[in-house]
Design a protein around this ligand. Structure first.
Ligand SMILES: [Zn+2]
Length: 233
């Protein structure tokens, strides 16, 4: 075989490979465009930088919900302390990790852990404007607050030590204190101390009539840039 033909064949196979890769990428994008909010990949990767950059490729339903959360989420739920630098928080991407209380549950949220394991120290502020649509004890969530934003996104805050000055039906502003971080839950009303002090945060879409949770992890990563400062120690 002459050298020219060999080079030609090599080039041809290279073009084919690029063509096939493009075809797969297009198929992947088409696939994304068909997904609903209940798609597990969408819920897992929700708000990740790649998803936000490529949101035009999402289905209308998925893109609209993403835009709502983008518009509504204004502040990180735990302000930093102006009085004590050692009061920090940390969290991991633990979406769908196993949690067990009575039975195995899949984790539908993000746990924001307190560097000081003491209930009642860290204030919790509302991420968004909204209405207090649920308040009170839940066996799993302990003292919990549910805020429905103007766009209809439901933010769920659980395991509080106590509440701020809020009641069911109240209107709240983003940054307003909802309560204080604690370790309530996993038992009858008033149970504390079954796990370390933390805030469990959940983000839900209720548009379709179903309660569909998405991974709050990447939303929180973005909100790190929007941390308020409060005087607490
Ligand atoms: Zn949790």
């Amino acid at each position: 075989m002459s050298r020219k033909i060999l080079i030609l064949l090599l080039l041809l196979s290279l073009f084919c490979a690029i063509g096939i890769q493009e075809m797969f990428e297009k198929a992947d994008l088409n696939d994304r465009a068909r997904q609903g909010i209940d798609n597990s990949e969408y819920r897992q990767e929700f708000f990740a930088p790649d998803m936000r950059k490529n949101k035009d490729f999402l289905s209308d339903e998925c893109r609209i919900f993403l835009n709502k959360v983008e518009k509504d989420s204004l502040y990180f739920p735990i302000p930093s302390s102006t009085l004590d630098d050692s009061l920090t928080v940390s969290y991991e991407n633990s979406w769908m990790a196993e949690r067990s209380y009575k039975k195995t549950n899949m984790h539908e949220g993000t746990d924001i852990m307190a560097s000081r394991n003491e209930r009642g120290i860290y204030p919790i502020v509302s991420i968004s404007d909204g209405t207090v649509t649920s308040l009170g004890w839940l066996e799993l969530g302990g003292w919990r607050v549910g805020i429905t934003s103007p766009q209809g996104v439901y933010y769920y805050y659980a395991h509080l030590e106590s509440y701020g000055d809020i009641q069911k039906g109240d209107t709240v502003k983003a940054g307003q204190i909802l309560g204080f971080m604690g370790d309530s839950g996993y038992g009858k009303e008033g149970t504390y101390g079954k796990f370390a002090v933390h805030l469990h945060l959940g983000i839900y879409c209720w548009d379709t009539g179903d309660e569909i949770s998405v991974n709050p992890y990447y939303v929180l990563r973005e909100l790190e840039k929007k941390k308020l400062k409060y005087a607490y120690s």
